[in-house]
Design a protein around this ligand. Structure first.
Ligand code: UD1
Ligand code: CA
Length: 453
């Protein structure tokens, strides 16, 4: 497809009231990415594709959400919602600039795959004026029906205008279409609004093209590709489908998942070959896991990178800015934030490591806390290579434990520890002979006196 110039027009002027939300429908996230951005990405993966976004009145929020994914996307406003053909014409000026293929997509249809779009464009490249993405609907109610004659698509009949016989057709319009660029404006301008809804239906261009002796084709896409989101129930269904697809793709690419249905991925999760993901792991945005690493059960990762053969969890939390080195370990009930843990270092139990750098092969004992925040500012903790931090230590940042430094358990470290030094940051222990028994006898007597009252 790369030789043909394509304009993808994404319609997103719906009110989306059935979402019951202050957020515009197409900005609700699927796998952590706004619905409309999924449509943009599917279009752009098809090669040299320009993007036009048609938003309704006050579509600023939608425009801003799309910009990071398609900085060069042009936004057009459809002031009044007069139908899908009218919406496409909001981008008239851009269509007129001359494209081989015009691809009409919906902002609330996030699961469409690039291959299905390519199939439509292939229809146009093959000489059709219009190519329609059809699908077999388990329940066709509400969809436009594809009316075929002698094997050719001749019309799309919307539910409200369909006869009883036509309503029995289960081959439906998925909503996505490709139109030959040089015919698009003439076809759209010929659409009228004499129908039950009083709207300018994009779907009417099929009958118009046929009446002009032009060729129209339909492709058959899987139902999932055209699933439109209207409610949060459908949003959750689409999420489940997306997750299933992506897990399957990862497993086929060499990632092991012991209970795939319990693993939640994000749109940009990158997991290399020979990584094992145990049950109930959640990936937020911006996670990269290198080969041989193991993400153990009930871990939560976001904005983190995990190097080769590292082990995370069970029950670990990696927050943004976590960089876990090769063969390093972050164990149960540990939280890491904005911290680099070098290769072979271990943070195995009940620790908080924030705004820190931990050198190679350092060992961080159970319950160690980097006290990075004084209520106003965040401060850095530096732990050198091979350092040993005894259990239940508090490292009050800013502070540096130099290479090989050894911190005694239960220390509160407020001053730098020189290389290979042993630091005690706790009161010295004293033993008083016999005093334990004296105390116990006294307390027992007090309790007995109280009971007699
Ligand atoms: C549309 C199709 C129908 C198809 C179905 C698939 C038409 C006339 N009908 O019906 O054949 O089976 O999709 O889901 O095209 N929009 C605008 N401006 C408008 C009207 C709509 O931007 O003035 C956008 C909406 O935001 C939405 C999309 O176009 O993303 C579809 O509009 P909608 O009213 O939902 O069409 P359907 O009745 O579902
Ligand atoms: Ca719809």
């Amino acid at each position: 497809m790369s030789q043909r110039r394509c304009l993808s027009i994404i319609l997103a002027a719906g009110e989306g009231t059935r979402m019951k939300s202050a957020l515009p429908k197409v900005l609700h996230p699927l796998a952590g990415l706004p619905l409309v951005a999924h449509a943009v990405n599917a279009a752009r993966n098809g090669g040299d594709v320009d993007v036009a976004l048609v938003v309704g009145h006050g579509g600023e929020a939608v425009r801003h959400a799309v910009l990071p994914f398609a900085p060069e996307a042009e936004v057009f406003i459809q002031e009044q919602r007069l139908g899908t053909a009218h919406a496409v014409l909001a981008a008239r000026e851009k269509i007129a600039r001359g494209y081989d293929d015009i691809l009409v997509m919906f902002g609330d249809t996030p699961l469409v795959e690039t291959e299905a779009l390519d199939a439509l464009r292939a229809g146009i490249a093959g000489g059709a004026a219009v190519a329609v993405m059809g699908f077999r609907a388990p329940d066709p109610t509400g969809y436009g029906r594809l009316i075929e004659k002698d094997g050719a698509l001749v019309a799309i009949r919307e539910e409200r205008e369909a006869s009883a016989v036509e309503r029995r057709i289960d081959f439906c319009n998925g909503g996505i279409m490709a139109i030959a660029g040089d015919r698009t404006l003439a076809l759209l301008d010929a659409v009228g609004n004499a129908n039950a809804k009083g709207e300018f239906y994009l779907t009417d261009i099929v009958e118009i093209a046929t009446s002009q002796g032009l060729n129209v084709v339909a492709t058959t896409a899987p139902y999932e590709s055209v699933l439109g989101i209207n409610t949060r129930v459908e949003l959750a269904e689409a999420e489940a489908i997306w997750q299933r697809r992506r897990r399957r793709a990862l497993m086929l690419a060499g990632v092991s998942m012991t209970a795939p249905d319990t693993v939640q991925l994000c749109h940009d999760t990158q997991i290399a070959q020979d990584v094992t993901i145990e049950p109930n792991v959640v990936f937020g945005p911006g996670v990269r896991v290198a080969s041989g690493a193991r993400i153990r059960a009930f871990s939560h990762l976001e904005g983190a990178s995990v190097a080769e053969n590292a082990e995370i969890g069970p029950y670990a939390r990696l927050r943004p800015g976590s960089q876990i080195g090769e063969s390093a370990k972050v164990g149960n009930f540990c939280e890491v934030k904005n911290a680099v843990v070098d290769s072979g270092a271990k943070v195995n139990h009940l620790s908080y490591i924030g705004d820190a750098h931990i050198g190679a092969k350092a060992n961080i004992g159970a319950g160690t806390i980097t006290c990075n925040y004084d209520g106003f500012l965040k401060h850095h903790t530096e732990i050198g290579a091979g350092a040993f931090i005894g259990s239940n230590s508090s490292l009050v940042a800013p502070v540096t434990i130099h290479d090989g430094g050894y911190v005694a358990s239960g220390s509160v470290i407020t001053r730098d520890v020189p290389a290979d030094a042993l630091a005690f940051g706790r009161a010295r222990q004293e033993n008083k002979e016999g005093l334990g028994k004296t105390l116990r006898d006294k307390l027992a007597a007090e309790k007995a006196a109280k009971a007699r009252k």
